[in-house]
Design a protein around this ligand. Structure first.
Ligand code: 13P
Length: 254
């Protein structure tokens, strides 16, 4: 299966800075990268249009992701952006349920679920984020916590709607901290999640990608990305530096 590397730019870069970074990344990518890895960039809403224009005009082998979507389709919801609006911008993927949105914008598992269903209706691939806090981990109940996030967040997902679904394990204690999860932590959780979702009607080996995010860097990428169960990475800080981001992509060897 092709691996996937997603750069989550979070609240960084104007659209002009975003175009510059896109061009630097594209320039540094090896010619055959797209044969074994899907490279995805997730800029802010304000940059989606410009980035998409460069990707399509220059025929770049880079896919586009949004960082969020509204749970509503249309109407009096000031400030929201719908799945259909993203679709019309040729957005391929959308991050949903990131822990920063759960924590700072009070997104519940139920809200995340509504967003997932809206994305699937619009044929945008959800990058569904889940992961425990340090407290959950220290208390030892992190697998139950994750099970609940997944069972509620992916409720009513229908098999006929799922062409592809990215499940991103992002332990909160590893995000932006430099404390990357150990490979044993990652394998334990991804194997657990694989069994959990394999019981669901929408599951098939080919359409579920299990990935990791949290302080991924050129130093630790090779060990993580060359582990069989890990289908890719969701990269925050290091995706803002083209050298680091491309080094992470180039560390894939299987
Ligand atoms: P960092 O790579 O900066 O830890 O961020 C991870 C993340 O939140 C990606 O969505």
């Amino acid at each position: 299966m092709k691996k996937i590397i997603i750069g989550n730019w979070k609240l960084n870069l104007t659209h002009l800075e975003g175009i510059q970074l896109l061009q630097k990344i594209n320039y540094s990518l090896q010619k055959d990268t797209e044969e074994y890895v899907e490279v995805v960039l997730a800029p802010s809403f304000t940059s989606l249009r410009s980035i998409q224009t460069v990707i399509s005009t220059d025929k770049l082998k880079i896919k586009l992701s949004s960082q969020d979507v509204s749970r509503y389709s249309e109407g009096a919801y000031t400030g929201e952006v719908s799945a259909n609006q993203l679709l019309k911008l040729s957005v391929d993927y959308c991050i949903v349920g990131h822990s920063e949105r759960r924590e700072y914008f009070h997104e519940t598992d139920e809200i995340v679920n509504e967003k997932v269903l809206k994305l699937l209706d619009s044929e945008i691939v959800p990058i569904f984020c889940f992961g425990e806090s340090l407290q959950n981990r220290e208390q030892g109940n992190y697998l139950d916590y994750i099970k609940n996030q997944i069972n509620t967040g992916l409720k009513n997902v229908r098999k006929d709607k799922v062409n592809k679904l990215v499940l991103a394990y992002e332990p909160i204690w590893a995000i932006g901290t430099g404390n990357v999860a150990t490979i044993d932590n990652i394998i334990e959780v991804l194997e657990y999640v694989k069994v959990l979702v394999s019981e669901k009607s929408f599951f098939s080996e080919e359409n579920i990608l299990l990935i990791y995010g949290g302080s991924v860097s050129p130093d630790n990428a090779s060990e993580i990305l060359n582990t069989k169960i890990v289908n890719g990475a969701l990269v925050g800080g290091a995706s803002l530096d083209s050298d680091k981001f491309v080094k992470i992509i180039n560390s894939i060897s299987i």
